[in-house]
Design a protein around this ligand. Sequence first.
Ligand code: FES
Ligand code: FES
Length: 161
Amino acid sequence: MAKLTINITVNDKKYEKTINPNLLLVDFIREELKLTGTHVGCDTSQCGACMVMLNGRAVKSCSILLAQLNNQEIKTIENLEKNDELHPMQEAFRNNHGLQCGFCTPGMIISAISLVNENDSPDEDEIRKHIEGNFCRCTGYQNIIKSISEGAKNMKDLENN
Ligand code: FES
Ligand code: FES
């Protein structure tokens, strides 16, 4: 298989890599960069545990080839905490018990931030619709909805200060 070279930025760090064209983004993130906060919960592109930000929008990293991402920018869950402070959406999940085992949480939080980037005051229906592609086996979703609602408010407050 002919290799190819790509440039990619992950969590503000630039990489130039020679790769196999069939390398999945999630395998690059987890196995090569050792950023294991991005999880793999299925092999059918359904669960959303693998979500990362691609140019500010949540994508399922198990469904994208690294070869498609030349000169693109990726951010993972590890990039959210700054100066020892949680991102407002992470804080809201903590405050509202928006997780139990935590397996779905990185993807859920990335998905939630992507929603708020497009709609800074989502109502409950909009939140439920948006997270249709994120599965949680533990919480029953109620506290996740509360968390995203509070996180959206916190993100908006931070932006206005
Ligand atoms: S691991 Fe990507 S959607 Fe499940
Ligand atoms: S908290 Fe366990 S899968 Fe969501």
